[in-house]
Design a protein around this ligand. Structure first.
Ligand code: FPP
Length: 226
């Protein structure tokens, strides 16, 4: 969800105004995905590197998160959205942590879209955490041979074990990087880069990205049948 700062600067507003406007896009995209029958949507809301931002901006982002969780619960209920989180959420401020865990608990039984917020998330850290967990599991199972482990076994040690791999990754604002997002899981994801800044991203842009996706040929390393 990139481009909040640039959206604000172009209007002579503080960066935080861009994040605030970005929440409207979050609301619209979550509702659209729920209505369209998308199974899983993961939003990169705060990276482990975002702590490097000014304290006021980090504080404002955490405040927006708390407010979003408080205000959106009825909509999440109505749309049967199940909330999850990935990342080191234990390091978030208490108010954000508590609001997050409350909504995760209250939506756990929902059967529609799984909305996962990536918060204090780093894909490299996630892979390292998974490797550590796996090493511990192997150490406790004497005689288990690492060679018998497959990719499908390793994915269970990632924080996204509850999710399918993403089919599509959308990055807004013209940046063409993954920035430490789902590096393992996005191995075969289709990437769509749009110049639209996140606060301007609407349902129509989401549908454009879906159309682009639908026109891609996915070969997963194989050849296309004649
Ligand atoms: C990147 O844009 C955006 C973020 C680091 C924060 C995204 C947060 C929100 C959209 C609002 C809160 C989220 C939820 C789920 C309620 P940037 O600031 O790097 O933009 P720039 O590159 O133009 O400066």
């Amino acid at each position: 969800m990139d481009g909040n700062g640039r959206w604000a600067r172009a209007r002579g507003l503080p960066r935080v105004a861009g994040h605030r406007a970005g929440v409207t896009s979050v609301r619209e995209v979550v509702t659209a995905c729920a209505e369209l029958g998308v199974k899983a949507l993961t939003l990169y809301a705060f990276s482990a590197d975002n702590w490097k931002r000014p304290t006021e901006e980090v504080g404002a982002l955490m405040g927006l998160l708390v407010r979003f969780l408080r205000l959106e619960l009825p909509t999440l209920r109505r749309n049967q959205v199940r909330l999850q989180a990935i990342g080191h959420t234990a390091k978030l401020p208490a108010a954000a942590r508590n609001a997050l865990h409350r909504v995760i608990k209250e939506t756990a039984h929902h059967k529609g879209l799984t909305l996962t917020l990536a918060l204090n998330y780093s894909a490299r850290q996630e892979i390292l955490d998974g490797a550590r967990k796996l090493a511990r599991a192997l150490a406790s199972r004497n005689g288990h041979r690492p060679k018998t482990l497959h990719r499908e076994d390793f994915r269970k040690y990632l924080s996204t074990a509850h999710l399918p791999d993403p089919d599509l990754v959308i990055r807004t604002s013209g940046e063409m990087r993954l920035s430490d997002f789902l590096l393992w899981q996005a191995a075969y994801a289709e990437l769509v880069f749009t110049p639209v800044l996140w606060p301007q991203f609407r349902r129509a842009h989401l549908l454009d990205a879906f159309r682009t996706f639908a026109n891609r040929q996915r070969r997963f390393g194989a050849v296309t049948p004649a």
